[in-house]
Write a protein that binds this ligand. Structure first.
Ligand SMILES: [Zn+2]
Length: 268
């Protein structure tokens, strides 16, 4: 199999005082070893997704030194309170976008489930990043949770000129349909292996093959049967096999199609 992990946080192993870094330290191996283990399972490209400016710097640095890694630069909705009144945010963001192997903007979006940042801050930073995607002609990696009504209103203001993926999609058939109508890709991760909600399982079955991207969100969201361990990009294969069974699809066909989708969206 030739697979892509379109969403992981392996660059954050070296972040300081960071929850993600603490999880990686529990795994106790280097970033290079994590990548080698993934490659043994056929995961040949990885997109390292930034969650704030410092974290995006780490993703850009890793992409710069490792052939199989690509970077996404973004400010996660949880982090937006810290940036909303900082006048240097735009400049810092744009200087990172100019670095080699930056293939996307994100993760960005709205999260009204956790509400770690205020609504207005989340909306301001989402708009800033959508504007950047338009200006720099880059795809978006979108994180939207319990916030689709506001999200579609904002997204539709761009009148079909944006492209991207709804990462970690677990929402309704209705919002799946809206995403597909707008040409968005759908990111499926380990949640599919442990989500027992019949409605969600039915929704997964209806994702068009030509819109599926596979992702781990490692070190988070470890798939079954590895729950309790730290997630790693090598588990993309498990997610591919599980999803293909749920969709009654040939796993090799899902692997080929999802890899083609990743190449198409991110130009990698
Ligand atoms: Zn993520």
């Amino acid at each position: 199999m030739n697979l892509v992990d379109t969403h992981c946080h392996i660059h954050s192993t070296s972040a300081k005082d960071d929850h993600t870094a603490q999880l990686w330290s529990k795994l106790g191996i280097s970033t290079e070893e994590i990548i080698d283990r993934a490659r043994l399972e056929g995961i040949n490209k990885l997109i390292c997704v930034g969650t704030d400016i410092d974290d995006s710097r780490l993703s850009v640095a890793l992409a710069g030194k490792n052939r199989v890694c690509f970077a996404s630069v973004g400010i996660h909705p949880h982090e937006t309170d810290r940036y909303v009144n900082d006048s240097s945010t735009c400049d810092d963001f744009e200087s990172l976008l100019k670095k080699p192997k930056v293939v996307a903007i994100g993760e960005c979006g709205l999260d009204y489930f956790y509400h770690h940042s205020g609504k207005q801050a989340q909306i301001r930073l989402l708009k800033l990043q959508l504007d950047m995607a338009l200006k720099h002609d880059l795809p978006l990696i979108l994180h939207v949770r319990e916030a689709f009504s506001d999200f579609w209103t904002i997204f539709d203001n761009y009148q079909g000129r944006l492209r991207g993926v709804l990462h970690s999609f677990t929402d309704s058939q209705l919002n799946l349909n809206k995403a597909v109508e707008r040409g968005l890709f759908i990111g499926v991760n380990g949640i599919v292996t442990f989500n027992k909600d019949p409605k969600a399982r039915d929704m997964y079955r209806h994702i068009p093959l030509e819109r599926i991207l596979l992702e781990t969100d490692a070190p988070y969201l470890t798939p079954t049967p590895y729950r309790g361990n730290i997630n790693e990009p090598k588990f993309i294969r498990t997610i591919c096999e599980y999803l293909s069974e749920l969709m009654e699809e040939d796993p090799n066909r899902l692997a080929v199609q999802s890899t083609n989708n990743a190449h198409l969206l991110f130009g990698i």
